[in-house]
Design a protein around this ligand. Structure first.
Ligand code: NAD
Ligand code: TYD
Length: 339
């Protein structure tokens, strides 16, 4: 059995990755190390082959806990664990610095101490900042790092430490930078699941600013597949952009969700813009396509339909979150603007 160590595997993308690799291979054993913050959900791990999935509750900033859980000579560390929501980073950035920067450094040190063969760091296109409206410019692996939100700044800082571990100590590292993911089990603070959940409950859909910000959307399983290929085929020290060439205006995403649910556009409510709101993300993924032999398999219409169906069939999953601590966050974040 090949042992791989995954952090943040109870979250949205990490859990999709674990489901996929355990389904598609029989010689892999996963250690899933996750602190179960508000975003981590053990329900996301239902249905996994328990003989090849070991869950360890722990914080990536806790050096001893990481060293205890990380087996010597593991094939890889996949670092998904992070504080991941831009709006929360605007309210309070320090948790982002702690987990995303310090936590990554703790993992890098532990990976060296345990002779891990490869460190795969899951980063984001947001480290490259914002592109001008409707231009022909795209993010490439050579784009400068120009993060604008505290979240993006913490992810950019983490990348620097990953690079430094390779240059200084020769740790074998690969970084992936993906665009906006959507799909099952995404926490309903993010655009698509928030809009689906609100629309299903006939509640207002809060669109920031003029709704003309652009995001480059990718179905989560396509991202997961790219990460695995970056591990298997990526060159040490390289960065790989991952994107499905699927730029959408926010307002069009929201309207598409309402149309698929058969709900009226009158539910849309334009609210105050996010501070420092990045205008456009667009990814040139040619390097991943040619060097990794990766291509997305799910198109936007299909992916959105599948995602909506999952939320319709798992309303208890959504409701359990909406009835918990999330309710206070939602009130604080949107309360005044949706009155
Ligand atoms: P998520 O917020 O759904 O999940 C994060 C997971 O990390 C949770 O299970 C949480 O419990 C865990 N975690 C948080 N702090 C931790 C800590 N200190 N120690 C251990 N575990 C901790 O996030 P996601 O959307 O699944 O994103 C996963 C990764 O992918 C992140 O690194 C994010 O920056 C990156 N990413 C996300 C997107 C996206 O669209 N969601 C796009 C590109 C990159
Ligand atoms: P989000 O899902 O938070 O991802 P990110 O900020 O990392 O791209 O937001 C996606 C886009 O949707 C972004 O332009 C902000 C916008 N947005 C809204 O208009 N309303 C909302 O309630 C949320 C959460 C996001």
């Amino acid at each position: 059995m090949k042992k791989i160590f995954i952090t943040g595997g109870a979250g949205f993308i990490g859990s999709a990755f674990i489901h996929q690799i355990l389904e598609e291979s029989s010689d892999i054993e996963v250690i899933n190390f996750d602190a179960l913050t508000y975003a981590g959900n053990p329900e996301n791990l239902k249905g996994l082959d328990e003989t090849r999935h070991k869950f360890v509750k722990g914080d990536i900033c806790d050096k001893d806990a990481v060293l205890n859980a990380l087996p010597a000579d593991a094939e890889a560390v996949f670092n998904f664990a992070a504080e991941s929501h831009v709006d929360r980073s605007i309210t309070s950035a320090s948790e982002f610095v702690t987990t995303n920067v310090l936590g990554t450094q703790v993992l890098l040190d532990a990976a060296r101490a345990r002779n891990v063969k490869r460190f795969v760091h899951i980063s984001t296109d947001e480290v490259m900042g914002s592109l001008p409206d409707e231009s022909n410019l795209y993010f490439t692996e050579l784009s400068p790092l120009k993060p604008n939100s505290p979240y993006a700044a913490s992810k950019a800082a983490a990348e620097h430490f990953v690079r430094a571990a390779r240059e200084t100590f020769g740790l074998d590292t690969v970084i992936t930078r993906c665009g906006n993911n959507y799909g099952p089990r995404q926490f309903p603070e993010k655009l698509i699941p928030l809009m689906i959940a609100n629309a299903m409950n006939d509640e207002a859909l809060p669109v920031y600013g003029d709704g003309r910000n652009v995001r480059d959307w990718i179905y989560v399983e396509d991202h997961a597949r790219a990460i695995w290929l970056a591990f298997e085929r990526g060159k040490s020290g390289e960065v790989y952009n991952i994107g499905a060439r699927n730029e959408q205006f926010n307002i069009d995403v929201v309207k598409a969700i309402l149309d698929l649910l058969g709900k009226p556009h009158s539910l849309i409510k334009f609210v105050a813009d996010r501070l420092g709101h990045d205008r456009r993300y667009a990814i040139e993924a040619e390097k991943s396509e040619t060097e990794l032999g990766w291509k997305p398999q799910t198109d936007w219409e299909d992916g959105l339909r599948k995602t909506i169906r999952w939320y319709q069939e798992n309303q208890d999953w959504v409701e359990r979150i909406r009835n918990g601590a999330y309710r206070d966050y939602y009130k604080k974040m949107y309360g005044a603007s949706l009155k």
